[in-house]
Design a protein around this ligand. Sequence first.
Ligand code: GLC
Length: 603
Amino acid sequence: MRTHNWIRLTAVLLILAAGCTKEDEPNDATKAKTIDEQVEALLGSMTLEEKIGQMTQAERGALTNITDIKTYHLGSLLSGGGSSPSSNTPSAWADMYDGYQAMALSTRLKIPLLYGIDAVHGHNNVKGATIFPHNIGLGATRDADLVKRAAAVVAKEVAGTGIDWTFAPCIAVPRDERWGRTYEGFGETPELQVMMAPAAVQGFQGTLSGKNTEILACAKHFVGDGGTAGGDDQGNTVLTEEQLRAIHMPGYVEAIKQGVGSIMASYNSWNGTKLHGHKYLLTDVLKGELGFQGFVVSDWEAVDQISGDYPTAILYAISAGVDMVMVPIRYQYFIAELKKLVQRGDIPMYRIDDAVRRILKVKFRMGLFEKPFTDRSLTATVGSAAHRAVARECVQKSLVLLKNSNAVLPLKKNAARIHVAGKNADDIGNQCGGWTISWQGMSGNITTGTTILQALRKAVPNASAVTFSVTGSGAAGADVGIVVVGETPYAEGAGDNSQLTLSSEDLSAVANMKAAGIPVVVILISGRPMIINSVVSEADAVVAAWLPGTEGEGVADVLFGDVNFSGVLPHSWPRSVQQLPLNLGDAVYDPLFPYGFGLKYGM
Ligand code: GLC
């Protein structure tokens, strides 16, 4: 081959190795813009009204007309607890979401909506969805990989209804069990927050790269929600900065490392100042020092709590670093007042641009512009057997065995008779707890699932060997008695409780069973440790089952010994409420059962 051919061949090979020839170099118009470039281009084309619209989240039920999405350029909607379409089915949810999204895409700039919901232990507003144990039970598993798998299942079920954002994980560190939201946190230590926060975020978000099974996560509530005095919901967290950082912040560091796209500000105050107006914590610490790149969303009407004068409250919140406001009812008023604050120069445009930039970046990262509508191939996965199997594993691993005298557990499947009692034995609503179908949750047959009684009957060859009376009557002659007691559903402040005692109905059911002279197993269905000293001494075995959700078979699996106990306490168990707050590491530490306690078969 002549020399010049060698040179040509070499040149071609070098160009090919380089990837493309000069003339192949795409010009600016066709070069794939980076997300930052797309955001800047879009931001630069937006009016003030369009920018403020992106910062506004309205409750779907508050829309005076669906066209308000277009009129006010709304960037986000939410379903508050229980805010469901009239026919509460996965496909009706997807139709509803797609309808809102289509309206958003009819705007001048076609910026897709973000739709948020509290999918905090499954897609818990949706009838037939898989309901997982609340976080306190997941904390008892100490299994981060399981928490990630559970969150990934929830993400698929949420995405199957079109919705793209969950206000989860709640990574509160509940330090006083009198708090009505104790069950929403993984447990009383920052170690549990650090273990589970990134796992949950990864399960929900994956790499937040636009996959149909990924949804936006929201670590909440920043910061110190679980540390209020007396466990007073939305109260005042009185701590030094060093204590606040050491107890309530480590999980956020991990969630941010995991790339969490949103963080919800907390209702509580820190040493008397409302978090929603706390510029040092929301901006200097969270966005500056911790490097949070996503956006801060307010809590429900939390901005209103900053000041009696709403415009002043808005000024403080946005200036402090809130990027999106969950208004969520009087969104027209919010928009009008924020616009005035910007036009008067009280809020500089660079703060508005920073907020909108953060929101748009997340929307681009999620692939919402490319794929704004429901992936209907996921809709049928809502409540699927495969998903329920993951929830059942969570239940199995969440149970904590507190007492097992005379090896009364495991139960025998060939027992002549197992007598069951207690208000929580055959009540799917009670075993799911708050944030289920409705905001507060409720007793009764509220959704598809398996109660503990049903599970016991499914587990034995002869279902009629499992008898039931809610009061415990008729126990005489049975081989063993199972009494399922505890709390009925509640959420947030409605659950604040200064006594934590069992009801007289529960105590009577235990006593009736005991009076029959048979071995007694007590199962506690509750969102937190309760004062159970008398029951512990009366019963032969005691199991903390937390709020297990729809998969009651997970309880039967362990009671019959098909699966061993593995759960350990995520909270120190008090002897009395006078001991509260009672936490690992206290100088005076005398719990009924210590943090980390849990028995197993064969111990
Ligand atoms: C509630 C809760 C918050 C929830 C939000 C939307 O008040 O504090 O956890 O995400 O409102 O339902």
